[in-house]
Write a protein that binds this ligand. Sequence first.
Ligand SMILES: NC(=O)c1ccc[n+]([C@@H]2O[C@H](COP(=O)([O-])OP(=O)(O)OC[C@H]3O[C@@H](n4cnc5c(N)ncnc54)[C@H](OP(=O)(O)O)[C@@H]3O)[C@@H](O)[C@H]2O)c1
Length: 349
Amino acid sequence: MKVAVYGASGYTGRLVTAEALRRGLDVVVSGRNASRLREVAGGAEVVVADADDVPALADAFDGCDVVIGCAGPFSQVGDPVVRAAITAGAHYVDTSAEQLFLRHVFDTYAGQAEEAGVCVVPAVGFDILPGDMIAHLAGAEVEPLDELTIAYQTNDFDMTRGTIRSSLQVLLDGDLAYEEGRWRSAEGLAVKRTSFTFPGQSEERPTTRWPGAEIVTVPRHVRARRVEIITDAAVFGPELVSLMQAPADQWDAIIGRLPEGPSAERRPVSEFTIVAEAVGADGRRATGVVHAHDIYGSAAVFTVEAARRLAAGEAKAGVLSPAQAFDPAAFLDGLASYGVEWSVVAGGK
Ligand SMILES: NC(=O)c1ccc[n+]([C@@H]2O[C@H](COP(=O)([O-])OP(=O)(O)OC[C@H]3O[C@@H](n4cnc5c(N)ncnc54)[C@H](OP(=O)(O)O)[C@@H]3O)[C@@H](O)[C@H]2O)c1
C-alpha cells in the first residue's frame, strides 16, 4: 500500500509519516519545501509540489492508493490537494477540522469522487473522527434526537502552531450551528450549555461553544433536530486569549514566536475526553464517551488507520464523514491497543 503525505514537514505531518513508515507502508513525502521534506523523509521518496499547482500535485500522487492531507490551514491550502487526489484516482483523508472547509469538500467533490470511484473522508484526526463516531453510536440508541450535545475536554493540550492558525482561521471564517434540522450561521446565537459535568468529575465545568466540524458531519448520519458542540472553557488559556485579542495582521508574527508544538515529553501526557449526550424526541437518553492520551499521536494513528481501511476497500466512493465511511464501533475497538477507550450507556428518560 502506497500513501502520499502532503504537508509532511509540519508537526503533524511528521507524526503521520513516522506512523505510516512504522506500519510498513510505502510512503511518498510531499510538500512545498524540498529541504524540510528531506529532513523528515527517513529514506522515503520525496516529491515537491506547490499547494496551488493541481497538475504537479496529481503527478506527485500518481500511483498512490491514498493521499493524506496534513498541510493547513485547510481553508487556505486544502482544496487543490483534494482535487489532485481525485484526479490521480487516489482515496483521500486529512487532519482538517475547519467547518467551512469540510462543508466545501462535501458540497464540491461528492459527485467527482463518486465518478472517480474514490473515497474522500476529511477530518480523521483527533477532532473530529472520535466525536463523529461517538455521536453516531450514542445517537443510534435513541434516534430521532431532539438534542445532541458533543462536549470536549482536553488536559495538558499544548497546541501546535498549525492548530492555532487553523483555530484562528475558523474565527475569521465564522462558525456554523445546526438548529431545527438545518445549518445556519452561529453568529449571535447563545450557547445553550454553559456548564457540563465531564466523566469522573463531581462538579460542573464552565463550557463555551466550540466550532467543531462535527456540526458539518454528524447531521449527515444522525437524525437530530439540534446539534451543539461545546468545550471546557479552560482550553482557552491566557496565551490563546491574548492572541485572539491581538489584531489579525499580527497573528502570524506572534504564532511564529511560539513553540512548534508540544515537546516529546509533553505530548504523551496530553489527553482528550469527548462526550456525546443524545436526547431522543421521546425523552430517552444515551451518553457516549471516548477518551485517549497523546492528542497529536492519536491524530496520526487515526489518520493512518483511516487511510489503511480506505486502501483495503472498506468504504464506498464519494465524500463521507468518518462514521459513514467506517463501522464506528469496529474502528474505535481497533484502536484499543493505542489506549482509546469508549463506551455508550443508554439510560431512561
Ligand atoms: N484534527 C486534528 O486532530 C489535527 C491534529 C493536528 C493538526 N491538525 C491540523 O493540521 C494542520 C497542520 O497542523 P500542524 O500541527 O502540522 O502545523 P505546522 O507544524 O504548522 O505544519 C503546517 C504544514 O502545512 C504546510 N503548509 C502551510 N502552508 C502551506 C502552503 N501554502 N503550501 C504548502 N504547504 C503549506 C507546511 O509546510 P512548510 O513546512 O513548508 O511550511 C507544514 O508542512 C492544521 O490545519 C491543524 O489544524 C489537525
